[in-house]
Each structure stands twice: as C-alpha cells, then as structure tokens.
Design a protein around this ligand. Structure first.
Ligand code: 2OZ
Length: 400
C-alpha cells in the first residue's frame, strides 16, 4: 500500500509464536497475554539496543480481547488482563520510542474464538484502534468465507485510511486462499495492504522453517515480483531464541528472511534470550541487507538435489547478498563455486561473511572459492564491488 509507510520491511516483536493464547494470569502471570507482558517487552526493546537497530513495532496478537464488545459495540481488552486499557499501553510504548500493533479478525470470531470483525464492524473497529493510538493492525481471516474476505480486506484498508492516523496494515488474506494466483491477486494486495501472510503459521521447529523456505522458493516466480517498498510478503515470525532451532538453523532463518526482504518480527522472550540468539538477531550486516532501500526480494538461484541451495538478493550500490544453505542432515561438507557459475558480471568484489565477519578481497567472477557448511547450516556473503577510486576520492585513497 503506497502511502509512505513501510518503505522497508517492518522490524519488531509479536507475542503469538512464543506466548500463544496463554490467558491464565493466575497461574502464569509472567507469560500470560497481559499489559505486563507488553510493558516488559517494550522495556527490553528500549533498553537492550533493539530499538536502535530498527526493531520498533511491538505487536499484540490474538487473545487480548474481552469476550464481549462494550455497550457501544466497541472491542475492548479483557479488563482483568489489561486493566489500564490499550490507550494507556500505547502511551507506555510510544514513550519508549516504539510503535504498537494490535490484532483483529475479518470474520465472526478470531481464530481462538474472541470477538471477530464482521463487515458491519470494520468502521467502528478501525476508529477504535486509531483512537487508542495503534500504529499497526494484523487482520486475520478465520471464520469468514472468500466472498466476505473479498469485501472486508479492501474495506478495512479504506477504514484505516479514513481514520487519518498512519496505521500499517498486515493482511492474512492470501494465507486463507492458498497463497497463489489465480485465487490470490498480488497486485490488488499491493494496493490495499503493506504486508501479507502468504502461507501456513510458523511453528517452533526447523521442519517448519524449512517448509516455509521451500514453499517461498518453489513459488518465487509468483511471489518475488509482488514485493517492493510498501508491499511485503510475510513468511511469518522469527522464532530465533526459542526451543526448536540449533544455532546453525537460527542463522539460516535469519539469512533467508534477509534474502526474502521479510519482516523481521521476533516472537521470543526478550527477558531471557541466549547470547547466541541475540548475536544473530542483532547482526548489523544482516539487518542492513534485510532493510536495503531498493526493497528487491531475493531468489533461489541454484538447487543441487538435497545438498545445497544458493540464494541471491541484489542490493543498493550494485552490492549483493549471497547465501549458501545446506539441506544436508548428515555431515558438514565443502562446496566449491565461482561467481561465474552464478552468472555474475566481471569486476572484483570485496566479500564479507556475515556470521564470522571474515573478509575476502579481490574476489572476481572466475574466482573459485570453497565453502564448508554444517548440516542445515548457512554461509552468507555480503558482496561489494570494489570501486576504482576516482580522482575526487582522495579521501578514499588515503583511507584505503
Ligand atoms: O489465533 C491467532 C493465530 C496467529 O495469529 C497466527 O499468526 C494466525 O495465522 C492465526 N492463528 C492461528 S492459531 N490460526 C490457526 C492455525 C491453525 C488452525 F488449525 C486454526 C487456526
């Protein structure tokens, strides 16, 4: 949706994958869906360097609502879990230089059975969110049919615009239609939403992450062209820092989400995060690749049976990101390739390996380089053409 928002993929934190629909604040006060949880995460984002790296949205997911709308038919938070109300929580989050996201569902109920937003409630719900100071809406699609969705998703886009408040609009619509043309019209999506969920929910496992990477790559001819500034494919949350991924597998999700120009929206416990997870999520070079202003989504270039895949994303200043992803599960192995094999133009490059921050200079299209990769691991290069210093670049000369 071309209204100035999300020129680059959103970054932030979302409750769902890690905290799900835990509403038991009696027995589990630290982890239940409550204002306290979101205040804790806002504190972490603001105090642990996340905000400065670009992680700015903190997004409430399902299970925040009271079971009933109020007497004016407005949605309201469950008072026992959000006693201060959403507007107050928004102020807490805004005071920390962060933005607040919230969740609603185009249909009679949310996926977990809380009040839905039927067509007649779209206007009032958009107005309510704007009045609370919400900056981002995730609009899910449970308990509705394709005809209602066809009306409701464009209608909510108009309703959000009519509030006069800039609100990022995330649409789950394509995920409910199989994610591919002809059932999904990606140019229409690009006109009404800033980002959209294309595929099944992510779960806390390497299997789930692999399945998402595979589906997005197998269908890249339909999906890659749909992405650009203000219109992003959303392969779902980063699960780095939870229980299902090894360090190599966590690096692989981060690398592929960077190549895919995907939202970097974590779902983990920032109050209790392993250093290895933090190092991956706070890797500045990977964030720079994901946030590249050209906003071109990358593609899978090469797939060698169940051995290795090679991904490439073009970046600004004729730089490139190159990812070698191991699909093996048995043993580490060496892989030889040359830029020529990846049909690179001539010239020489400086290459940075983003996880080991090692540098290789003078790489050119015919250089054969050897890569050793762990099972379900990844090597990620950030390739920069070596500029010939021009006369005017005396500064460059001095510092070379
Ligand atoms: O309830 C909300 C939850 C999260 O918001 C996900 O990101 C959304 O894609 C939808 N969602 C869930 S669990 N959806 C769902 C997933 C599987 C299923 F059998 C029934 C519902």
């Amino acid at each position: 949706l071309d209204n100035g928002l999300l020129k680059i993929p959103p970054m932030g934190w979302m409750a769902w994958e890690r905290f799900r629909c835990d509403v038991d604040c009696q027995d589990d006060p630290e982890n239940c869906i409550s204002e306290g949880l979101f205040r804790d995460m806002a504190d972490r984002l603001a105090e642990d360097g996340w905000r400065e790296l670009g992680y700015e949205y903190i997004i409430i997911d399902d299970c925040w609502m009271s079971r009933l709308r109020d007497e004016q038919e407005k949605l309201q938070p469950e008072p026992s879990r959000f006693p201060g109300g959403i507007a107050k929580l928004a102020r807490y989050i805004h005071d920390r230089g962060l933005k607040l996201g919230i969740y609603a569902d185009m249909g009679t109920h949310t996926c977990m059975g809380f009040p839905g937003t039927t067509l007649d409630k779209i206007e009032i719900d958009a107005q309510t969110f704007a009045s609370w100071g919400v900056d981002y809406l995730k609009f899910d699609g449970c308990y509705s049919n394709p005809v209602e969705q066809m009306q409701g998703y464009p209608l909510m886009s108009k309703a959000l615009n009519a509030t006069g408040r800039p609100i990022v609009y995330s649409c789950s619509w394509p995920a409910y239609l199989g994610g591919l043309p002809p059932n999904v019209n990606y140019s229409l999506l690009g006109d009404i939403c800033h980002l959209w969920r294309n595929y099944y929910d992510i779960q806390d496992s390497w299997d789930s992450v692999q399945g998402i990477i595979e589906w997005f790559s197998d269908n890249q001819d339909d999906l890659q062209p749909a992405a650009g500034p203000g219109r992003w494919n959303d392969p779902d949350m980063l699960i780095i820092g939870n229980f299902g991924l090894s360090v190599d597998q966590a690096r692989s999700q981060m690398a592929l989400w960077a190549i895919m120009a995907a939202p970097l929206i974590m779902s983990n416990d920032l109050r209790n995060l392993a250093n290895s997870a933090r190092a991956i999520l706070q890797n500045k070079m990977i964030i720079a690749i994901n946030q590249d202003p050209m906003g071109i989504q990358g593609r899978r270039l090469l797939q060698e049976k169940s051995q290795i895949e090679v991904y490439w994303r073009p970046l600004s200043h004729s730089a490139s990101a190159l990812v070698f992803l191991s699909r093996r599960t048995d043993m580490p192995y060496l892989y030889h390739t040359s830029l020529a094999k990846l049909n690179y133009d001539a010239g020489s490059y400086e290459a940075y390996e983003v996880f080991t921050s090692s540098t290789v200079t003078g790489l050119n299209a015919t250089t054969v380089f050897t890569v050793s990769i762990n099972p379900s691991g990844v090597v990620m290069w950030y390739l920069i053409p070596q500029q010939k210093p021009r006369q005017s670049d005396t500064l460059y000369d001095q510092h070379k």
